[in-house]
Design a protein around this ligand. Structure first.
Ligand code: FAD
Length: 288
């Protein structure tokens, strides 16, 4: 089913992001994770894709296929374009379509000095145009409530996001954030800019200080003062940080749901217990 149909038919949409196992890992290593995630009844699961130079990208499609065929959950394949040309993207698209997968998250991908960029796609919007002209995928795009790290200004970010939607993005999935007010104000600006598609907030429950500090350095998310205090007080005590990180994420999700947002997308980091904990917390709210 296409994401557009899911968003039309349902409220309280719940989705997860996972990544394929590393190149030397076996795909079936992730099955125990999928077993648990599937019991949480997500509306879709998205699978990340390397920014280029990775032999792992075929695993993205294989994993999406497994999610669809074995667990009967709608998969979304992430697809990056900066390091691929049109022929390569067409090959990936053919492979995705051949598996009956209907949804793609079209991304530019991060720049990597070790992987040469190609000239066919400079921005995600160009990939979206290409996919809309050459495939029948439902196409999602990424957005950044606290602006993309390469952003010139908040206004230029918003204008570029509008280009992405005008190119055909049906849905936007957000980068993680820790302050819901920044998400609400971003959505308000997007609506003023004429962006009408669903904007689904992305939430990452943080249970590891090193990992989150590395991530915010590259992804454009800000550590809120509230979250910095959590890291300062509990960062050295893994059990305390786990609890505090979970409670923080859960309170973000509850507040977002109370504001009738366009679904919740959980960055699971392939940790099904984290997803289960959040889902247990919101069970009475979303009724599953
Ligand atoms: P774009 O939309 O192209 O934007 C990149 C920058 O270019 C922005 O600053 C934008 O304002 C600017 N820009 C856009 N259009 C124009 C224009 N026409 N003129 C001038 N400037 C412009 N990365 C991966 O490698 N694999 C993944 O699986 C993956 N999954 C992700 C999932 C989500 C939900 C999100 C939010 C991010 C994900 N990323 C992933 C990270 C993403 O690839 C990076 O953030 C990347 O740097 C930007 O990708 P984009 O698609 O947002 O790029």
């Amino acid at each position: 089913m296409k994401l557009t149909d899911i968003y039309k038919k349902k409220s309280n949409i719940l989705s997860f992001e996972i990544f394929p196992p590393k190149a030397d890992g076996e795909l079936n290593n992730i099955e125990p994770t999928l077993e648990i995630l599937s019991q949480l009844e997500p509306d879709y699961i998205s699978v990340t894709f390397g920014a280029g130079g990775s032999s792992n990208n075929n695993k993205t499609i294989a994993l999406a296929k497994m999610i669809k065929e074995k667990y009967h959950i709608e998969p979304v394949v992430h697809l990056t374009c900066l390091c691929y040309d049109k022929k390569e993207i067409s090959e990936f698209a053919k492979e995705i379509a051949a598996e009956g997968i209907e949804n793609v998250l079209a991304l530019r991908g991060d720049r990597n000095p070790n992987v040469p960029e190609k000239n066919d796609f400079r921005y995600a919007s160009e990939l979206i145009t290409f996919l809309k002209e050459n495939t029948s995928f439902c196409v999602a795009g990424a957005c950044y409530p606290e602006d993309h790290p390469e952003s010139e200004s908040h206004v230029s970010e918003m204008l570029n996001l509008k280009k992405k939607v005008d190119a055909g993005a049906d849905i936007l999935l957000s980068q993680l954030f820790f302050d819901n007010e920044n998400y609400y104000s971003f959505v308000e600006d997007a609506r003023i800019a004429g962006i009408e598609v669903p904007i689904t907030p992305g939430i990452m429950p943080v249970i590891n200080e090193k990992q989150i500090r590395r991530m915010v350095n590259t992804c454009g998310a800000k550590l809120s003062d509230k979250f910095e205090r959590i890291l300062k007080n509990y960062g050295e005590r893994p059990e305390a940080l786990y609890e505090a990180g979970m409670i923080h994420a859960l309170s973000q999700v509850v507040d977002l749901l109370a504001n009738n947002v366009d679904g919740i997308h959980l960055y699971t980091m392939n940790n099904p217990n984290v997803a289960r904990r959040i889902c247990d917390g919101i069970k009475p709210i979303i009724g599953r």
